[in-house]
Write a protein that binds this ligand. Structure first.
Ligand code: NDP
Length: 339
């Protein structure tokens, strides 16, 4: 019995029945459902959460072809792998990408594999006009949304670099892009017992323990955290970048601009989860771990397909086991968070 079986027995049943490669269950790894920014948190790293309580009558496969998922930044990397996995599992998936040609080819390559329920639309999450156009397109093609995976992100640093030359674009894409798209799509979520799901692909580099400014840390962990606090934090970081003081203000030390963008995304997820608690909508974060994609220059301890397998598992948790406001860590016995 692995921890994955303990946390998600219904998923294990389901995946074994479909002969999916359960890499997280066959290694010694733990699929850890981590509490995010809990006020009582005393440890530096996110705290391991108690296993969700499991009902004996689990719905194993709650979704169907009518279940609609949107994945951003999905022309390559983890986003592409997630679209492929979700489509393989029988959902209707909208692959989005900022570049029409790259995105169209990616979607076509999946349809050519028989995944006919993969659709494509252009979406540049850093551009509010593109978000508006996408939401209109979505409304015209679908009646409702079940799953939103905010995956699109940028980083302009090689693994051991820490330039903030592109900090504004990093924050605009990774935090504001996900936030604006989420807010624009909120009215489209299906009201159903299966619960709407927002999965923000984040990073442990954006864990609150990476912030060395104690006031900032307290604010992020506070029960009264608001969107205004988060935007003020992001504004303060960008101001430090403009003034050239960002190194001495206690911001995360690794991939600082990217880490701040993910810190803000994690905090926003917590605010969203609180806002919709008990209202049929869950919001969680998922750190895929060090994954071989363009973002890491191909380095990493797992493939995009392996990371996507865990991401899909979290996105498809049975409604009765679906938490909200949690930070899920990718699973691997050798986790290396120094991207
Ligand atoms: P990739 O660089 O392979 O993929 C990033 C994707 O985001 C690309 O499709 C890219 O499109 C797209 N994108 C970038 N900017 C925009 C934009 N403005 N609008 C729409 N799409 C955009 O990276 P990964 O697959 O590794 O990253 C996926 C997610 O996983 C990210 O959120 C990342 O932060 C997270 N992550 C990754 C880790 C890793 O080790 N790889 C570790 C922890 C988290 P284009 O091809 O046009 O550039």
């Amino acid at each position: 019995m692995t921890l994955a079986n303990v946390f998600f027995p219904s998923w294990s049943l389901f995946t074994s029945s479909l002969s999916i490669n359960r890499w997280w269950a066959t290694s010694e790894c733990t699929v850890a459902c981590m509490a995010m920014f809990t006020p009582s948190q005393t440890q530096m790293e996110p705290r391991e959460q108690e296993p969700p309580s499991l009902s004996p009558a689990l719905s194993i496969r709650w979704w169907s072809k009518e279940t609609v998922a949107v994945v951003t930044g999905a022309n390559k990397g983890i986003g592409f792998a997630l679209v492929k996995k979700l489509a393989h599992l029988g959902l209707t998936v909208v692959l989005t990408a900022r570049d029409a040609e790259r995105g169209g080819q990616a979607a076509e390559s999946l349809r050519a594999q028989g995944l006919v329920d993969v659709h494509f639309s252009v979406l540049d999450v850093s551009d509010p006009v593109s978000i508006d156009a996408f939401v209109s397109w979505f409304r015209n093609h679908f009646t409702a949304l079940d799953i939103l995976v905010n995956n699109a992100a940028v980083s302009f640093n090689d693994i051991h670099e820490n330039s903030v030359d592109n900090a504004e674009l990093v924050v605009k894409t990774n935090f504001y892009g996900s936030k604006l798209l989420t807010e624009a799509l909120l009215p489209m979520f299906r009201r159903s017992p299966s619960i709407g799901r927002i999965l923000n692909v984040s990073s442990r580099l954006g864990s609150v323990n990476k912030v060395r400014n104690p006031n900032m840390g307290r604010m992020l962990q506070g029960e009264d955290l608001t969107e205004e606090h988060i935007e003020a934090m992001v504004g303060s970081f960008l101001e430090d970048v403009r003034k050239g003081t960002w190194k001495s203000q206690g911001w995360p030390e690794v991939w600082t601009d990217y880490a701040v963008s993910k810190l803000a995304l994690n905090a926003y997820t917590k605010v969203l989860a609180t806002r919709y608690d008990g209202c049929g909508l869950s919001a969680n974060c998922f750190c895929p771990g060090f994954t071989q994609t363009s973002m890491t220059g191909g380095k990493g301890t797992r493939t995009a397909d392996e990371a996507a397998e865990v991401g899909a598992m979290i996105a498809l948790l049975p409604p009765e086991n679906l938490p909200t406001g949690k930070f899920f860590m990718g699973c691997n016995p050798v986790i290396n968070s120094k991207l």
